[in-house]
Write a protein that binds this ligand. Sequence first.
Ligand code: PLP
Length: 401
Amino acid sequence: DSVFSHVVRAPEDPILGVTVAYNKDPSPLKLNLGVGAYRTEEGKPLVLNVVRKAEQQLVNDRSRVKEYLPIVGLAEFNKLSAKLILGADSPAIRENRVTTVQCLSGTGSLRVGAEFLARHYHQRTIYIPQPTWGNHPKVFTLAGLSVKSYRYYDPATRGLNFQGLLEDLGSAPAGAIVLLHACAHNPTGVDPTLQQWERIRQLMRSKGLLPFFDSAYQGFASGSLDSDAQSVRMFVADGGECFIAQSYAKNLGLYGERVGALSIVCKTADVAGRVESQVKLVIRPMYSNPPIHGASIVAAILRDRDLFNEWTFELKAMADRIISMRQKLFDALRARGTPGDWSHIIKQIGMFTFTGLNPQQVAFMTKDYHIYMTSDGRISMAGLSSKTVPHLADAIHAAVT
Ligand code: PLP
């Protein structure tokens, strides 16, 4: 008898499990709108041309070796990542008060930041938006933080519950950590306006709340790397402290390379140095040091003006294709006379549309139309193409009538 006979089968991950179910479906009509990964018009995964070029450079460079990186990762990658999110002219960078460490994509950056906070920050409560990416509560709880939520989405307007957000952050204990999606909020596609961000910033600073930005979609929301970083830059410009987890999974299509960065903006260079020394103590016993390949690709692109420009074009093309899918789906529902107001499809931002479909309607669409999505009605617009829009529109129409 196995010493593990008592182990019960765990449920599939609510997001990645959608793909597991999709893979088992033999229907030629099947459509996976579950996972947040970009697909071309042909429904294929995309490796950016600029990534292929950077990889070619790496392969051709015979001086490259496979030695371990330092605990904090590739120094040049870290410097360039901070510049990308904070802006090339950021005073915080100039004043050496930012410490950046290479981590395992966005998830790993969130986890390392949270582990550091659980050990060294006086207030171990983190407020996350309601709803948020399903992995957030698990990452923060396992890191040792206590998770609470703040109101964010209003189902009635399919927009931001700004009043509720201000009330909840206003009554959070002084010093509490607040998780903010830098742009393209997942799963709702609803972002605060710049004016609303400014109100949030004032409120948070007045109460000493600590911002922890999750930046998983820089460049994907608007097509512009700078526009999508505005929320973060607003909080850094006031001289206050903050945490930022960056992912290159979506904007460079480096999903499986697991490349990301954690930046901690501190008040002084001296504090930043001490903070970094402690972050290293978090990382060393967890995975020792990060992988070299993905970070080398990113550094090659960010350091070279031509490659960087080429990237911005490819990024804009991905963002534009997603935006055009929003319009196509909206038009298709309109053409069918589908009951309801579907304008949120074109108003929402980023990779996902939060359709407002309920779990029963989602289950119906999966069973009768072989369309796979998370049960909260979130669909990945990046998984859609001109060819598949009519099938999705038919399914939504049937689900709501
Ligand atoms: N944060 C948000 C909001 C996300 O949507 C994702 C990915 O779906 C991540 C973080 C982390 O992604 P990764 O660890 O692949 O960079």
